[in-house]
Design a protein around this ligand. Sequence first.
Ligand SMILES: [Zn+2]
Length: 263
Amino acid sequence: MMRRNRLTLMALAASLAAGCATQDKTMTPSAVFPSGAGALAGTTFERIILGESVEGRSIEAFVFGSSGDPVLILGGTHGDEPKSVYAARQLIDVLLADPGLAAGRHVTVVPVVNPDGYERRRRRNVNGVDLNRNFATADWAVSKRHSRYYGGPSAASEPETQLVAELVERLQPLRILSIHSIGKRKFCNNYNGPAADLAELMHASNGYRVAPDIGYPTPGSFGTWAGFERQIPTITLELPSHDSRERCWKDNREAILAFIRGS
Ligand SMILES: [Zn+2]
């Protein structure tokens, strides 16, 4: 809790220092990015509330830079993968301390896509939907209601899914990193769409294997939706759940910064 408060205060201070008011009311991405990336001219940092979860928790985005390559980074899609949230928040702290690391890039970080699940440390959202099976892909299909991978009553039924999809459509990111964690030593740089080079780039820093396929079907996944169907280079970084969050961050700091640079 302390850490969360500190981050919010830091974000607020940085926002004020940048001369722009923190947006505390709920806004849709279309309101936030009225003409797409680069609309926030003159600002270097902004904390934005994209919208709300099923239970009304804010879903926040931290935006660095106002022009350059749009890059999107997501954490906490699965609420029981807190190391992904930790890594995204560490990244926000690093970029706040040294915005030059994102020079020439328009970086949007959403540290907790699934705040209701994160609050409970549960994989799915509060409706019991696996958000990483809820995207409106060609292969989305009705699945078992109580399954760990339940894809929802219909494609893109969940507000968290809708907010992420809307953000991607507005930002038109050149590349996307979605941070997760995984057990049984399956950690990897998984990629979807034209992202083999990016996966290799991350491999050069984190040493994780490059995986074009996670090894099991994932209908309605974000990677399929963004990577395959929209051809946006998309990396699903699977952190090793057996390592400490500090170790995960230490092993991936440079890899994530390289991903932001794209080289
Ligand atoms: Zn996950």
